[in-house]
Design a protein around this ligand. Structure first.
Ligand SMILES: [Zn+2]
Ligand SMILES: [Zn+2]
Length: 323
């Protein structure tokens, strides 16, 4: 197979407006919203610690692994620790901030188990040692312990909302669809969405009920050519569906499919993580209200058996090969 080549030519966006709403999701994606980065994080999460094994597992070029590990260290998500002095060799481990990504990882796993169209070479089962049961991580409201459903949420602007320059790196990110499915990894479909910052930004808009092309354009400041291409890609991949709202000329709104609705749990946990590590001093840019219990949403990932929050030290992973 061809190695994944993330270095692609720059993209121009002169016609795009330059200010978009601040958002913890976007800031978080600046550090992790990239396919090679997510593959490396997943590999470390699955227990690989050494450069060679990370590279073998992700099949990324050495230079890419090295570059992304450096960035993850700079972002305080991963740190390196020597495990051998002669020759000097390092292991890569999660910092507390990196460990905190585990709820994002668990929601990716949940999404993948439900929606992946590909057969992976193995499956991971989790046991919650605190209650002794096999567990499926569930998105749960920290107040009422009900499973969070998108239709039970109301989004509103929080104290930290403001405008920021859309100074994102204007590059096309390739999604390497065929390549990913050959990897000995779990997340393929979800990594393609989360690893595409444009797609995640579009989904942020749609989750907050912004559904029309011009409104999404205004909300995201994505260059029109990229926006159209990403919308089509999300429709082709059954994350969004087009709904006609006007004829002559035909105009469509973009609505979430069931699969798209399920993806919001990934963004919810990413938002939580982003609020914690990249939040504005004034507070979160977005507030979520849980209509079921009337509280501000405190999204947690809980055990499907006992509903208690899942923490890494109380989880046991076991891997089964499926082919
Ligand atoms: Zn609640
Ligand atoms: Zn439990």
């Amino acid at each position: 197979m061809q190695p994944i080549q993330p270095n692609t030519p720059p993209e121009t966006a002169q016609d795009a407006p330059r200010l978009i709403k601040t958002c913890s999701i976007w800031r978080a994606l600046n550090d992790i919203g990239d396919v090679p980065t997510l593959l490396i994080l997943e590999t470390i999460w699955l227990g690989e610690r050494q450069f060679k094994s990370i590279q073998t597992r992700t099949k990324l070029p050495k230079s890419v692994v090295s570059d992304r590990l450096k960035k993850l260290i700079a972002a305080d998500i991963v740190f390196k620790e020597p495990y051998s002095q002669k020759p000097l060799r390092y292991e890569y481990r999660f910092t507390p901030k990196g460990l905190d990504l585990e709820w994002v990882a668990m929601m990716l796993l949940r999404f993948e188990k439900k929606w992946s169209t590909k057969t992976t070479k193995f499956d991971v089962q989790l046991v919650h040692t605190a209650c002794g049961s096999p567990t499926n991580p569930e998105p749960i409201c920290g107040h009422c312990k009900q499973i969070i459903k998108s239709k039970d949420l109301e989004w509103k602007e929080g104290p930290g909302v403001g405008l920021m320059e859309a100074s994102y790196i204007r590059r096309r990110q390739n999604r390497s669809r065929d390549n990913l499915s050959e990897l000995d990894l779990l997340y393929t479909d979800s990594v393609e969405i989360l690893g595409d910052r444009w797609a995640s930004l579009i989904l942020r808009s749609v989750f907050t009920n912004i559904r029309r092309y011009d409104d999404i354009l205004n909300d995201t400041a994505i260059a029109t050519n990229i926006l159209s291409e990403r919308l089509n890609w999300l429709v082709e991949n059954n994350v969004l569906t087009e709904v006609l709202y006007q004829t002559r000329p035909d105009r469509f709104e973009y609505w979430l499919t069931h699969k798209g609705y399920d993806y919001y749990t990934v963004l919810l946990m990413l938002m939580r993580w982003g609020d914690k590590y990249y939040g504005s001093t004034e507070g979160p840019p977005v507030l979520l209200h849980h209509k079921i219990c009337g509280n501000e949403l405190d999204p947690i990932v809980g055990c499907s058996h006992c509903k208690e929050p899942l923490i890494s030290s109380e989880l046991k992973q076991s891997r089964t090969d499926t082919k």
